[in-house]
Design a protein. Sequence first.
Length: 169
Amino acid sequence: MTIDTSAAQAAMVSKETSINTAVTAVIAAALSCVIFRGHSSIVALSPPVGGILGILPGTFNFTLLVTLALTLITRRRVRSGSCPPLARGVRRGIGGALPANLIGRAIVLAAVATLVFVTLGAGGVWLATRLSALPIEWSFLSMLGFYVVYFVFLSLVVTPIILWRALAD
C-alpha cells in the first residue's frame, strides 16, 4: 500500500493552517483586550498606530515569526519522516517565489503581507468611514472583532504559503 504524498502534504497543510488560525484568533483577542480594554470609544484610524493601525507592526511581526517557526517545524517533520517533502523542483503556489534563505524568506513575506494586507485593511476602513458605512469611533467590541477577523484572515492566507514553501526546502 502506497501513501499518496500529495494527500499527506495537503492534510498536513490543512491541519496546521487550522491550528495556526485558531491560535492566532486567541492571541489577537487577548492582545486586543490588553490594548483596548477600558476604552469606550476608539478612533478607528488614529495615528500613529492607534485604533486599527496597530495592524501595521502586528502584520509584519506576525508574518515574520510564523514564517520562522512554521518553517523550522516543517523542516524537522520532513527530516524525521513524519511528512514527505515536495518532489525536487516542484513548487506549490506563490510560495515558490520566496527566497530559499529562511531569514530572507521571512522578511520578504512579512514585508509583502504588510504592504498588501495593511493597505487593504486600513484602506477599506478609511473608505468605509468616508462613505459613512462605518463610524469613525469604534467600541471596544468593534475593535476586538476587527483585530480577530483581520488576523484570522491573514493567517488563513499566509500559513499555507509558508507551509508549502517549507515542504519544498
